[in-house]
Design a protein. Structure first.
Length: 170
């Protein structure tokens, strides 16, 4: 009789343990569902394709030479030159003006063959402890679909710049 009680108690403990595990799994699935729904309805999602495109743009050589003619800036260097207030000595133009104009042309050319991209946005701003300060904002197109994005940090004279690119696909 005593052995029967022990087996009954062990069976009850196993059932309680099983129910407890099922409850924990259901709660974890509900939390996961809530998080995924929030991310889906959010402003943008991170994308490796956009990150790759941003990296290609950053490594593209421009026609701006701030110091002397054979040493042309990449777009990454041009962002830094714009932040530093330098000019393109070979073009006689401020680096920010040239950056704004040439970046639009390069991105437009890169996205010309991408039929699904309806709009793009590139923001450059300085990040510090007090917030962020906008340096450059380019937006073209009409966004009606899903937004994918990527960002890249640049360090200029101890300051942190953030270059963010967003693409809107239909």
């Amino acid at each position: 009789m005593r052995k029967n009680r022990i087996e009954k108690k062990n069976g009850q403990q196993e059932m309680v343990g099983f129910v407890l595990i099922v409850v924990i799994v259901v709660i974890a699935l509900m939390v996961f569902l809530v998080i995924s729904v929030r991310q889906g309805s959010g402003d943008e999602r991170q994308s490796l394709e956009v990150e790759d495109l941003l990296n290609v743009i950053m490594r593209t050589t421009t026609e701006c030479a701030p110091i002397f003619e054979p040493q042309y800036d990449t777009f990454e260097d041009l962002f830094k030159s714009c932040y530093g207030g330098e000019e393109c000595s070979n073009l006689g133009q401020e680096s920010c003006d040239y950056l704004n104009e040439s970046l639009r042309n390069v991105v437009r050319d890169l996205l010309e063959s991408e039929a699904t991209v309806s709009a793009y946005q590139i923001d450059v701003f300085q990040k510090d402890d007090e917030g962020s300060q906008g340096i450059l904002n380019i937006f073209e197109g009409n966004c009606t679909g899903t937004v994918s994005g990527a960002q890249r940090n640049l360090v200029v004279s101890g300051e942190s710049l953030l270059v963010r690119m967003k693409l809107c696909a239909e």
